[in-house]
Design a protein around this ligand. Structure first.
Ligand SMILES: NC(=O)C1=CN([C@@H]2O[C@H](COP(=O)(O)OP(=O)(O)OC[C@H]3O[C@@H](n4cnc5c(N)ncnc54)[C@H](OP(=O)(O)O)[C@@H]3O)[C@@H](O)[C@H]2O)C=CC1
Ligand SMILES: N[C@@H](CC=O)C(=O)O
Ligand code: NA
Length: 936
């Protein structure tokens, strides 16, 4: 009660001391006679206690007597007192929080070299917390080396000595590089030498005895931690921090529970910690991981739970505010990233979720590791020591509101509560079946008793409520023994027919979906099973406990990865995630890639459309990537890392990632050969988008077959840019037809190149010069003769005719060619362009004749639905005609229809050029996305 009086002595009036000072001095006075709990609930050793209290909204120190009597008294400095605080006190109040310890744990790879140890000391120095406790493992491979030399000594192999020298050298060299010459280095090297000398003596004894006790073994292997902790402490000091190192065997007491497990003795450890700290006060402490001692002070280790467990126990002992486990991965993934390339780093996990994930083999902390920190609600963050820019995964108490789980704009139901997926391979199902099981108490007990007798571990259990069968999963290698034991146990029941069979279903995998919010969220299972059904995966068995933290599904092993990808993509990818392949990264393809890059983020954020360019195929090389090509550097990567072009491999690759639901190939070539692959792509369910006119204007029978196949498949084929580039020509025509209008005539200027040429052929420049300008502006076909010959317009006429229902062959459209006869064949594009000027006179003459009649030359295409013809010709028009009013690469297309018969419907605008054409292709891609479910 003395304490309570002291506490209530926080009487400001009449005292020259401020309330905080009164409280502080009360704390100090009684510190040695009583145990105090800090505001965070940690037992504060007298030496931990602040000289000056800080005022937070409510600062509360609890006291308990040294006998841990339940009666507690407290000093409270309530917010109400805040008014009475002096200015000086207020300054103290604003000191940042940081009363609690920040615990870090660095594994072996984090301290594998002297550079890494130095890096780690930097991370420690950068932690702004006032008090830091760092648990460190041995340098990578050292513990294994120690076990190995120990085994050698036991087996009378004297090369253990050389191995120990190697370990010694490794640490000596690291220390020499890390520490400057002087007392720090000398001190460490002296300790190292003395340790190695002792180790040689112990190992010699083991060598002679040919035997080693467990405690000797634990003593020997724990040296790696002793050395790494000392080196790290020295390098932290080198950075100017006051730092002590702790041999955890002086503090941490554990009791063995089985051959590979120990339990911490918190009570004894806390006592030892207080004693240790009174002699070693420091705000930064480096502690050896992995090692501990028994209550009889015999050196031991934490066995398989290792340094993570050490960190968790010390965090609990110090009632730390946080624990950071540093490793070499960015955090906990939503699924094994080696199997699911779209796996994402989870920002948060609840302790229970971490627990479940780790059980299912995810790279998370072992469940046992979590128990000590869970007790005090201490959050653990898993971070990558080699990638500090990533915040990692924070594991803490479950909160009902969790903003980290995936939220898909277009599919909220079910998905948003699943956090991650994991699989366990190599399991077998055992199915015990029979009518005699129903209503017979003890059957389950007998079955699982038998499993226990066979020494097997049951991974999952499922029983339908008809009670006719019990099915459970065990590790594959244990299945036969389990089945045999069961058959023996149920011999009579089997003979009597009460049990019909004990079956082994081999080659199974377990797929688990984990997420605490799955509990009471309707639709989770439906979503998962739906995804599996769509991926054509058969479910062998199902289990879900009442906790609903995980849904466990058994599938055939061969389906395991496919199943994982299917459910993961259903939860983490949008329905409109597309695997995109670009064929022909030339002018249009390249511009499209640029536009996709510029727009990708907006599409993803605002429209939930995720376009992943997984392949770029040129005529000679190709670039493949199964996560999506970096569109900032695709050109460079294709040049430097491209592999030989192979269209089959390209196609396979686009679909190899089973988690991406849709695949689209964008053909940006002018190649007829590439167009022959459309048939195959459609049969594979690949959507096609193209500005290439070859397929739609090629042989009629092939075209009709392609369209028939495409219409009966569930694939989409869009080709708006084949006519008028980005102008809405095909879609306008479709709109008219689909709403029942009847097309009579389509007429216009369909060539951007020829439009540009004749718009600019006004007398001041030669014809050949303007052709070169059109090519430089990106209007022409790869070979401009396709434009000048009228072939390109003939193709467009054919496409529009067929779109309108006319069965027109390209050969029947006979264009007037503007390519001089001698340049039509047998010369390259380059040669053609350089020689074209020789023939300028012909066109100059034609232009002059038209000019004389106040007319202009225009190259037009006509689809006449009444006559069932298509034609392409060079015509003369009066200067007042709309066709004479065009500029640049303008196309103008007029539709005369039943509805538009007095005044035709006219579409006009730039009909060629890289940006508008790529824009037209892009808009087809988005149309596809919207057909596939993207919001419009
Ligand atoms: N320019 C425009 O305004 C418009 C163009 N279009 C159409 O766009 C398409 C592309 O034109 P554009 O970008 O100017 O042409 P480019 O010549 O600039 O590009 C064509 C690309 O296709 C590649 N290619 C050719 N054959 C193959 C093959 N067998 N396999 C893989 N890749 C191949 C070429 O590769 P490599 O370089 O390795 O040979 C090149 O990258 C054409 O069909 C054109 O009709 C449509 C509307 C308007
Ligand atoms: N070369 C073509 C490009 C569009 O199809 C043209 O000039 O119109
Ligand atoms: Na178009």
């Amino acid at each position: 009660m003395e304490m309570a009086a002291a506490a209530h002595g926080v009487n400001v009036k009449g005292s020259s001391m401020s309330p905080l000072e009164v409280a502080s001095s009360s704390l100090q006075r009684t510190a040695r006679t009583h145990s105090w709990l800090t505001p965070a609930g940690r037992i504060a050793h007298p030496s931990f206690m602040p000289k000056k209290l800080r005022h937070e909204d409510s600062l509360r120190w609890e006291c308990r007597s040294s006998e841990n009597a339940p009666k507690r008294c407290s000093i409270e400095v309530q917010a109400a007192v805040a008014d009475l605080l002096t200015q000086e006190d207020k300054a103290v109040v604003s000191v940042p929080k940081g009363e609690t310890w920040s615990v870090h744990k660095f594994g072996g790879t984090c301290v594998g070299t002297w550079e890494r140890i130095w890096n780690v000391s930097g991370i420690i120095a950068d932690d702004p917390s006032l008090r830091k406790l760092v648990v460190v493992s041995a340098m990578s491979k050292v513990t294994d080396q120690m076990y190995s030399l120990l085994n050698k000594a036991q087996n009378k192999d004297d090369s253990y000595e050389a191995d120990l020298v190697e370990v010694y050298e490794k640490h000596r060299e690291a220390a020499m590089s890390l520490l400057s010459e002087g007392t720090e280095l000398d001190g460490f090297l002296n300790n190292l030498q003395s340790d190695v000398k002792n180790l040689l003596a112990i190992l010699r004894a083991i060598y002679i005895a040919g035997h080693c006790t467990e405690s000797f073994s634990d003593l020997i292997v724990g040296h790696g931690e002793l050395w790494s902790a000392q080196m790290l402490a020295a390098s932290v000091r080198k950075r100017g921090l006051l730092c002590k190192w702790m041999d955890a065997r002086d503090v941490l007491v554990v009791n063995p529970t089985s051959s590979n497990q120990v339990d911490p003795d918190f009570e004894a450890s806390e006592e030892r910690l207080e004693a240790w700290y009174s002699q070693n006060q420091a705000d930064t402490i480096i502690v050896t991981g992995f090692i501990a001692s028994t209550s009889d002070n015999v050196p031991t280790t934490l066995k398989r739970d290792g340094s993570d467990f050490s960190a968790a126990i010390f965090a609990a002992l110090f009632r730390a505010g946080q624990v950071t486990i540093w490793t070499d991965v960015d955090g906990v993934y939503s699924a094994d990233p080696r199997k699911v390339s779209e796996a994402v780093i989870l920002k948060t996990l609840s302790y229970q979720e971490a627990w479940e994930m780790s059980y299912f083999g995810a790279n998370v902390l072992h469940p046992r590791t979590i128990i000590p920190v869970m007790r005090y609600d201490i959050p653990i963050t898993i971070r990558n020591v080699f990638n500090l820019s990533v915040p990692g995964t924070k594991i803490s108490r479950f909160t009902a509101v969790d903003t980290e789980t995936p939220q898909l704009g277009n599919e909220p139901e079910g998905c948003s509560s699943v956090k991650g997926f994991a699989t366990i391979d190599n399991v077998a199902l055992i199915n015990v079946e029979g009518t005699g099981m129903a209503g017979v108490p003890g059957t389950a007990s007998t079955i699982f008793g038998a499993v226990k007798d066979a020494g097997a571990n049951v991974v999952m259990i499922s029983q339908a409520s008809s009670e006719h069968s019990v099915c459970f999963a065990v590790p594959e290698k244990e299945a036969k023994a389990v089945a045999k034991t069961l058959e023996a146990k149920f011999q009579r029941a089997l003979a009597a027919g009460r049990l019909s069979k004990v079956d082994i279903i081999p080659n199974c995998s377990i797929l688990a979906a984990v997420g605490q919010r799955m509990a009471s969220t309707p639709g989770v299972s439906a979503t998962l099973f739906n995804a599996l059904a769509k991926a054509n995966i058969n479910v062998r068995a199902i289990a879900q406990g009442c906790s609903e933290y995980n849904v466990t599904i058994v599938v055939n092993r061969e389906d395991s990865v496919k199943a994982l990808k299917a459910v993961h993509s259903r939860v983490y990818l949008s329905k409109t995630t597309m695997s995109v392949g670009i064929v022909g990264p030339g002018l249009i393809g390249g511009t499209l890639l640029k536009q996709l890059n510029e727009q990708a983020a907006t599409l993803k954020e605002e429209f939930n459309i995720d376009l992943r360019v997984m392949g770029v195929l040129g005529s000679k090389t190709m670039l493949l990537n199964d996560r999506g090509i970096d569109l900032d550097s695709w050109k460079h990567s294709l040049k430097e890392n491209g592999e030989p072009a192979n269209i089959q491999k390209f196609t396979e690759h686009l679909q190899s990632n089973h988690s991406i639901p849709n695949t689209v190939i964008v053909d940006c070539t002018a190649s007829a050969e590439v167009a022959t692959h459309y048939h195959h792509w459609i049969t594979r369910g690949i959507h096609i988008i193209t500005p290439n006119k070859k397929a739609n204007s090629g042989p009629l029978d092939q075209y009709l077959r392609l369209r028939a196949l495409q219409r009966q498949s569930y694939t989409h084929y869009f080709y708006e840019a084949t006519v008028g580039a980005g102008l809405p020509i095909i879609s306008t025509l479709r709109g008219l037809l689909e709403t029942g209008d009847k097309i009579q005539r389509i007429e216009g200027i369909f060539s951007g190149t020829l439009s540009y040429i004749f718009n600019n052929f006004t007398g001041d420049k030669s014809f050949s010069q303007i052709v070169l300008e059109a090519k430089a502006s990106g209007y022409t076909e790869p070979d401009p003769r396709d434009d000048l010959s009228g072939m390109d317009v003939a193709r467009k006429v054919t496409i529009l005719a067929r779109e309108s229902g006319l069965k027109l062959e390209l050969e029947n459209v006979r264009p007037d060619s503007l390519v001089p006869e001698p340049l039509r064949e047998g010369c390259s594009t380059k040669e053609f362009l350089s020689r074209l000027q020789e023939f300028d006179a012909d066109l100059t003459k034609l232009r002059a004749e038209a000019e004389k009649s106040n007319e202009v030359l225009r190259y037009v295409g006509i689809v006449d639905l009444r006559e069932k013809t298509g034609s392409v010709k060079l015509e003369r028009y009066p200067k007042s005609h709309p066709f004479a009013q065009l500029s640049g690469s303008d196309n103008i297309i007029s539709f005369t229809t039943q509805r538009y018969h007095k005044q035709p419907l006219i579409v006009r605008g730039p009909g060629a050029g890289a940006e508008v054409t790529a824009g037209g292709v892009f808009s087809d891609i988005l149309r596809l996305a919207s057909y596939l479910g993207a919001p419009s």
